[in-house]
Design a protein around this ligand. Structure first.
Ligand SMILES: *Cc1c(COP(=O)(O)O)cnc(C)c1O
Length: 502
């Protein structure tokens, strides 16, 4: 039986169901498996014949040891159903763009961003975790979102028995498409509210609701319990390990990589969840080389990886890759714990310095180990726009701005290091989701002024010859089902209203 320890070392180890049910450890740390399971190369080779769903069952089974294999098989079959949930038969197809560089397309799910891959299966993992823990409480998922997470969570949890989902998004700060995706959400158990303010206001409001003892008690007496679907939950991280195995095996199946050869990985990074999953896959024995961490102008991770000092005291930029506009990358804590020989005392000290001063410097050889495993770089807005135009001109492939950050930094790594090992870049969103930036990059600013994002969807379709993804079609025709707007001070009250507990 696999146990999960807290990176802060105070909470007692829990089972996988316990880790998923709790989300964050009571001592403030993050749950991490007591070991990363090594897989024998010959067993990995056998996985060459696995479908995505079979691979997911096998990998998740190594970590979710209190779930029955039979149940995991049903969950992966439903979550990764093609074409019901994912539009591409491979689920996460691999596409080359020249010189041994490949895209791992993670955006073929219902909401067109990579978060679907974890959030399509999380509801199953969570409701099962409750029953495994002997609880029959109804789970109320609370989410504050800057855009992609909210819609992906709504789609994942809609009409899942035993759950309700409430999403708060900032009135100022999500794109027209992202807003439309959320306010037209169907499902009897879904609730959405706009908050006057920015993402931090929404996020702080949700944190306050989580820690409000009166509200918690109020819920408990009605058989409900709050839970979180954000990326510090192990139930979101584990499903992300799967696609690195899939990408590697797919390259072998395509004849583009010899089984056993090294593959580099590049990931456009925000909260450090996606790239951490690649690190875990490497620890499990997948032959991965350098892990390339790509940031936008919010380059706190670039500096940390280069210097060993994490310093969030810097200007915050609003960029064209908004899902990476983050100054505190929560999942980094798991990496530090592992690289510090799993010494929770060191992690506790660093995290408490981060809280009080906004910065910390890692010690004990950790900075050197980080640099051995990772390369880091960032792309500013101008470079990102130029990259979208360049790659479209050269190959006809259209990148979204997040993915373009990844390919810029990948090229820089290759130039600086001379390491031309094949590389797989995580493509994290469909270009249609960020159509205004993409069209402006390719055709210039005049091509987009005065046009709505819905008109631009059609233009991007005409320009690229690719179909508008199903999840983005007809959004402007759909009924607006969620009209609540509240002030940040009213979020708790709004929540109680949604749950009819006032
Ligand atoms: C969330 C997101 C990211 C960042 O992923 P992390 O796991 O937070 O590092 C990158 N690109 C897109 C499109 C996203 O939605």
């Amino acid at each position: 039986m696999m146990h999960y320890v807290s990176t802060r070392g105070v909470t007692e180890p829990v089972t996988s169901a316990g880790a998923i049910r709790l989300g964050i450890a009571p001592d403030g740390g993050l749950f991490i498996p007591e070991v990363f399971t090594r897989i024998d190369p010959e067993i990995i080779r056998k996985m060459l014949s696995f479908s995505y769903q079979e691979l997911a069952t096998a990998i998740l089974g190594l970590y979710l040891t209190d779930y029955r294999e039979e149940d995991l098989r049903k969950m992966t079959a439903s979550a990764y159903e093609v074409p019901g949930k994912f539009a591409n038969p491979a689920v996460t197809p691999v596409v080359g763009y020249g010189d041994g560089q490949y895209l791992l397309e993670l955006w073929h799910g219902p909401t067109c961003a990579f978060k679907d891959i974890a959030l399509q299966i999380l509801p199953y993992l969570m409701t099962r975790a409750n029953t495994l823990s002997g609880s029959n409480a109804e789970t109320v998922i609370l989410v504050a979102t800057s855009g992609d997470t909210g819609k992906a969570a709504l789609e994942g949890f809609r009409d899942v028995p035993g759950t309700k989902i409430i999403v708060f998004f900032p009135e100022e700060g999500v794109s027209v498409i992202q807003r439309s995706q959320m306010v037209t959400q169907i499902g009897a158990n879904t609730f959405v509210a706009a908050v006057y303010g920015n993402f931090d206001d929404a996020q702080n409001g949700v944190k306050q609701i989580f820690t409000d003892p009166v509200l918690k008690e109020n819920l408990a007496t009605r058989g409900m319990v709050f839970s979180s679907a954000n990326s510090i939950n192990w139930g979101r991280l584990a499903p992300q390990i799967v696609y690195y195995f899939f990408g590697y095996l797919e390259l072998c199946r395509q004849g583009n990589l010899e089984f056993g050869a090294t593959l580099n990985i590049a990931v456009p990074t925000g909260n450090f969840g996606n790239i951490l999953a690649a690190y875990i896959a490497k620890q499990m024995g997948l032959p991965l080389g350098k892990l390339i961490c790509a940031s936008n102008s919010n380059n706190v991770l670039t500096d940390f990886i280069q210097t060993g000092e994490y310093d969030r005291n810097r200007q915050f930029y609003t960029t064209i890759s908004p899902s990476m506009d983050i100054l505190i990358s929560s999942n980094l804590e798991r990496l530090l714990f592992d690289l510090a020989d799993r010494n929770p005392e060191l992690v506790r000290n660093w995290m408490s310095e981060l809280k009080t001063t906004g910065r910390y410097r890692v010690t004990g050889g950790v900075a050197e180990r980080v640099r051995e495993e990772f390369y880091s770089g960032f792309a500013d807005e101008r470079e990102t726009m130029a990259e979208i135009k360049r790659l479209f001109g050269a190959t006809g492939i259209v990148l979204d701005p997040h993915t373009a950050v990844g390919t810029v930094v990948t090229r820089r790594y290759r130039e600086e290091s001379g390491d031309n090992t094949p590389v797989l870049v995580a493509a994290t969103a469909s270009p249609f989701k960020f159509n205004a930036s993409v069209l402006e990059a390719i055709q210039g600013p005049a091509a987009v002024v005065g046009k709505t994002e819905f008109e631009l969807l059609v233009e991007l379709e005409a320009l690229t010859g690719q179909k508008i993804p199903k999840g983005l079609q007809g959004l402007d025709q759909m009924e607006v089902r969620h009209k609540t707007v509240c002030r940040k001070e009213e979020m708790a009250e709004t929540t109680q209203g949604f749950l009819k507990i006032k």
